[in-house]
Ligand binder design. Structure first.
Ligand code: SAM
Length: 279
């Protein structure tokens, strides 16, 4: 008979393990949320006890169970045109600066990390098409990453609920989406414009290949991290950006409190952090 009891010690052991793997810090107040998901996976995997499940989670060579559990533990809340003032900053202030410094015709690279179900990278692509006059003069590469494989599959499919698109102007909805019985399907041109990849921001082996970005959007992820994993994330992004690259965070997040690597840039539309040009 399976025993799905999770003691306080079990919870703490799991919390420490999950934090080391993902950078995500669960407060004790999140115990119900965490336990519920652990029990769900224990039952689905036929584990006889927490101890039995936890051993599998830690030592399974494929990491498959850890991925299933991570997919359940992440908070994927997002929507189109969330914190739109930063997209405005991108087209009105950041891109003009980048272009004015550019001495080659290489693509301008944007990394959306984390992308969740894709609303943010698609919003950026849409914003550039609609509101950046120089769009036809430059190649843009948008790479969108997340740790959650299930949410990335949703992002690639590009099918959205009415709630998810409610901030979009009607004209843009009509232009870039097809109305379906249960929501909206984003057009193939936009779907093909974004490359979605699975990356754990807290794993150097995953992020090593991500380099030479002009702009990074890391919005509403650092709130789930503690100060140590925020600092590591700041260093990871520093390595991933070109000198002079820009990083946009969520409205309640700040780089100044976490790292002194970046310059604060106060643009009319938003506050953004910049890797120094001479770095
Ligand atoms: C609240 S969503 C933010 C989505 C989007 N950036 C926005 O602001 O609307 C947070 C996302 O962070 C992802 N995430 C959590 N830990 C991560 C990690 N260590 N590496 C990469 N993504 C992570 C989750 O899977 C989730 O999709």
């Amino acid at each position: 008979m399976a025993d799905t009891t999770i003691t306080q010690t079990d919870f703490e052991k799991f919390r420490e393990f999950f934090y080391r793997k993902t950078g995500i810090q669960f407060e004790t107040s999140k115990r119900y949320f965490v336990d519920k998901r652990l029990v769900e996976r224990m039952e689905l995997t036929g584990s006889t006890s927490f101890r039995n499940y936890f051993t599998m989670l830690r030592f399974e060579a494929s990491g498959e169970e850890l991925q299933h559990l991570t997919n359940l533990m992440t908070v994927n809340e997002t929507y189109f045109f969330r914190e739109q003032y930063q997209f405005e900053c991108l087209v009105k202030s950041i891109l003009p600066e980048i272009v004015s410094r550019k001495t080659d015709k290489k693509p301008i690279r944007i990394w959306v990390m984390p992308s969740s179900s894709g609303e943010e990278p698609y919003s950026i692509a849409l914003y550039l098409l609609e509101y950046w006059a120089a769009i036809n003069d430059w190649d843009i590469e948008i790479i969108a990453s997340d740790i959650d494989t299930k949410i990335l599959a949703k992002a690639r499919a590009g099918h959205y609920s009415v709630r998810s698109v409610q901030q979009l102007p009607e004209t843009l909805l009509r232009k870039y989406f097809e109305r379906r019985a249960d929501g909206y399907q984003i057009c193939d041109d936009l779907r093909n414009a974004i490359e979605f990849t699975r990356v754990n921001l807290s794993d150097r082996a995953d992020t090593r290949a991500y380099r030479d970005f002009d702009v990074v959007f890391c919005r509403n992820l650092l709130i789930y991290f503690d100060d140590v994993s925020r600092k590591t994330a700041a260093e990871t992004f520093f390595d991933a950006m070109k000198p002079g690259g820009y990083i946009c965070l969520g409205h309640s997040e700040s780089m100044s409190r976490v790292s002194s690597l970046y310059k604060v840039r106060k643009f009319p539309e938003a506050i953004v952090y910049q890797k120094p040009l001479e770095a």
